[in-house]
Design a protein around this ligand. Structure first.
Ligand code: IPE
Ligand code: IPE
Ligand code: MG
Length: 250
C-alpha cells in the first residue's frame, strides 16, 4: 500500500466501497453558482477517489450517479446530467482504461428516457475496459434498488413459468444471482457525503451488513484523503454479522 493508506490497518481494508455522492447542489448554492456547477465540480472529486481507491488496493467502488427518482428534478438539471455523463464517459474512458479500471453500469437501461448517446457511451466504456482488473468501478446510473429487485422478481418468475427453475429452490442466492451485477460482492462500507443520513433507494439488498459512514463533507470537497478518513471510521467498527460480541460472556 502507498503512503496514502499508512494510517490504515492493511488487514482490514474494505474490498468494496459504495458511495452516495451527495451535496453538489448545496456546494454550488453556497458559492452563488448554479446547481450544475456543483455537478461539474463533482467530477474531479470522483476521479481523485478513483486514484485513491487504486492506491489503497480497493477492488470494487460503486458510485451513485443518477437515481430513478432524479428524473423528478428540473428538466434542465436532468438534461445537464444526461449530457454531462455522456461527456464524462467520452473524456475519461481512455484514462480509466490506462489505469486498469473496469467500468460497469448498473441501473435500468431499458428506460426510454435515457438518450441513446448515453447508452452508446456506456456500452463502449464497458466493452473497452472489460478486461481490466485493477479496480471495478460500478456506475449506478438510472439506478434504484426497488426497480432492481422488481426486475429480479420478474426474471425469476419468468424462469419459473418457463420451467427453468423449481419455485421450491428459490432462495437468497437466486435473488442475488438476478441483480444487475451478480459478480459484485456486497459493499463492506457505504459512505454518504453531505450530512444526509439516508439510503435513498441505493443497494438495499447489498448493504444488509455494510457499515454506514456519513460525512458532512459535500461531494465536490471530497477526495482520496476524505476516503481514507471514512475507511478509518469503518475500521473502528466491530462487524458482527449477527454474532455475539467478542469477549462478552453469554
Ligand atoms: C448529488 O448532489 C448528485 C446527484 C443527485 C445527481 P445533489 O444534486 O443531490 O446535491 P444536493 O443534495 O441538492 O446538495
Ligand atoms: C441520491 O441523492 C442520488 C445520487 C447521489 C445520485 P439525492 O440527493 O437524489 O437523494 P435525496 O433526494 O436527498 O434522498
Ligand atoms: Mg442530494
Amino acid at each position: 500500500m502507498s503512503d496514502l493508506g499508512h494510517t490504515l490497518d492493511r488487514d482490514r481494508m474494505p474490498r468494496h466501497v459504495a458511495i452516495i455522492m451527495d451535496g453538489n447542489g448545496r456546494w454550488a448554492n453556497a458559492r452563488g453558482l448554479h446547481r450544475t456547477a456543483g455537478h461539474a465540480r463533482g467530477e474531479p472529486a470522483l476521479f481523485d477517489v478513483v486514484h485513491g481507491a487504486l492506491e489503497l488496493g480497493i477492488e470494487w467502488l460503486t458510485v451513485y450517479t443518477f437515481s430513478t427518482e432524479n428524473w423528478g428534478r428540473d428538466p434542465d438539471e436532468v438534461a445537464f446530467l444526461m449530457e454531462f455523463n455522456v461527456d464524462l464517459l467520452e473524456r475519461r474512458r481512455d484514462e480509466l482504461d490506462e489505469l486498469g479500471v473496469r467500468v460497469i453500469f448498473i441501473g435500468d437501461h431499458d428506460d426510454e428516457r435515457i438518450p441513446p448517446a448515453v447508452l452508446d457511451r456506456m456500452r463502449i466504456a464497458e466493452e473497452k475496459t472489460a478486461g481490466n482488473t485493477n479496480l471495478n468501478m460500478v456506475y449506478a446510473f438510472n439506478y434504484g434498488s426497488r426497480t432492481e429487485l422488481a426486475a429480479a422478481a420478474k426474471a425469476i418468475a419468468q424462469d419459473a413459468v418457463a420451467g427453468l427453475i423449481d419455485v421450491a429452490t428459490i432462495d437468497e442466492d437466486t435473488i442475488a444471482d438476478h441483480l444487475y451485477c451478480p459478480d459484485m460482492p456486497d459493499p463492506d462500507v457505504l459512505i454518504r457525503t453531505s450530512g444526509e443520513q439516508r439510503i435513498s433507494n441505493y443497494l438495499l439488498w447489498q448493504i444488509a451488513y455494510s457499515e454506514l459512514v456519513f460525512t458532512p463533507v459535500l461531494w465536490p470537497d471530497f477526495d482520496r484523503h476524505e476516503l481514507v478518513r471514512c475507511i478509518a471510521e469503518y475500521q473502528s467498527r466491530d462487524r458482527r454479522f449477527g454474532g455475539a460480541i467478542d469477549g462478552v460472556a453469554e
